[in-house]
Design a protein around this ligand. Structure first.
Ligand SMILES: [Zn+2]
Length: 417
């Protein structure tokens, strides 16, 4: 397959600031996400997707009509030649970039990676880890080192746009493809206003992963917890038997959490309990933590650990008041996706046709797909060719980006066969 427009598109999209903002009441969390959304609507219309549109919450949607004759105009399924039903499939990517690193004035640079560390123009360097070593000889896109690159997830957007262009230009046989670009994924609000019914697809695919071949059908099951401790403030000079130090209790709680079940000591399918913020003083303190596991049994054990620690501290400090709240965040999409084998086998086939070996890898995090799958829309995740996301050392392999484009083209084709 000849090189697509993905790189040219990516460079254009990466230059637009779309950093999202945490703890924001409104969607999108930042107005600048509309700058990219509006550009994409214009480009989709240029490609002939006439219904391309952005709504008030910055969700971009568009429809690539089927190229098969005798197909239904629109809807859940589309009847092609011979009466075979072609499922309507959706391609999704997110518009925003992570607030973990600056996304202002991103200046993407294309270099040829030979070997070793890649120095960044504004200082710092990208170490050659196993993923970068695989890309010796590739064209690589990097930032100038003062910002993130935004391959997460503008590489996904560029790949989808380029795939749509190729499907049209090469007159491939495909069913109805729906396109969705969503805001605020990085701040956990990417699906807040996503209208599954209106999107009207049988399966969706987020294009928001890393190295080609790596596909994701499993994510963490995630809960967050807050421990609020009310102590008693009193002058330290006359504190004996009267002061209750909430700060001390918070510290004892964190110290008592199992060190071998922390993010820094676990990998693959291992669960963790992560006390990530501690704040307060004698009168009141808070510990905030994340609970992550791949199954309900382990999640229950993590919860029991937390409750056990809280109970023990309540006994040790009877005059303190300890309040624990545990909130569900998202669920492992693996269980539900298992009910839709077609969504996975077609993807594997498309990956192979793109010349890549499919490998299913669990994500130690969540995706928009975790929530969409839970809401009833099966949504596995596909690679983009990017790496070191959310940082100034983020990079994107152009060769791999092309593999992503080809995978998407093949996926549309496979569903129409
Ligand atoms: Zn992402």
């Amino acid at each position: 397959m000849p090189a697509s427009s993905a790189l040219e598109r990516f460079l254009r999209y990466a230059a637009i600031e779309t950093t999202s903002k945490p703890d924001c009441e409104k969607t999108p969390s930042t107005e600048s996400q509309f700058d990219l959304a509006n550009l994409l609507v214009a480009e989709l219309r240029e490609l002939g997707l006439n219904d391309a549109n952005v709504d008030a919450h910055c969700y971009v949607t568009a429809t690539l009509p089927t190229s098969c004759e005798n197909a239904a105009a629109n809807g859940e399924t589309d009847v092609a030649n011979g009466g075979k039903e072609i499922p309507v499939v959706g391609f999704l990517a997110h518009l925003d970039t992570s607030p973990d690193a600056s996304g202002k004035n991103v200046k993407p640079q294309v270099i040829r990676h030979t070997s070793g560390t890649i120095p960044l123009p504004c200082g710092g360097a990208i170490e050659e880890d196993a993923a970068l070593r695989q890309c010796r000889g590739h064209e690589i896109v990097i930032s100038d080192g003062s910002t993130l690159l935004g391959a997460d997830d503008k590489a996904g957007i560029a790949a989808i746009m380029a795939a749509v262009e190729l499907l049209i230009r090469e007159k491939k046989k495909h069913g109805i493809i729906r396109i969705g670009f969503t805001p605020d994924e990085e701040v956990g609000a990417g699906t807040a206003y996503f209208d599954i019914e209106k999107f009207g697809v049988k399966y969706a695919y987020t294009v928001d992963g890393e190295i080609p071949g790596e596909l994701n059908k499993e994510t963490f099951t995630a809960k967050s917890a807050t421990l609020k401790i009310i102590g008693k403030e009193i002058h330290p000079g006359s504190a004996k038997n009267a002061m209750v130090n909430a700060a001390r209790i918070a510290a004892e709680f964190v110290a008592a959490t199992p060190r071998d079940q922390a993010p820094e000591t676990t990998e693959n399918y291992e669960p963790y309990l992560h006390p990530y913020a501690i704040s307060g003083d004698v009168g009141e303190a808070k510990v905030r933590m994340l609970l992550r596991s791949f199954n309900d049994g382990e999640m229950q054990k993590l919860e029991e650990t937390v409750r056990g620690l809280v109970a023990k501290l309540s006994d040790d400090f009877p005059k303190a008041k300890l309040e624990l709240t545990i909130t569900e965040q998202y669920r492992n999409m693996g269980e539900k996706l298992a009910d839709f084998p077609e969504a996975l086998t077609k993807l594997e086939e498309a990956v192979r046709r793109a010349g890549v070996i499919p490998v299913w890898k669990p994500i130690r995090g969540g995706t928009d797909g975790s929530r969409l799958t839970e809401m009833g829309l099966p949504t596995p995740n596909i690679y983009t060719g990017g790496h070191n996301f959310h940082s100034r050392t983020e990079w994107l392999s152009v060769d791999y980006l092309e593999k992503t484009v080809e995978t998407l083209v093949q996926l549309a084709v496979v569903f129409a066969e």
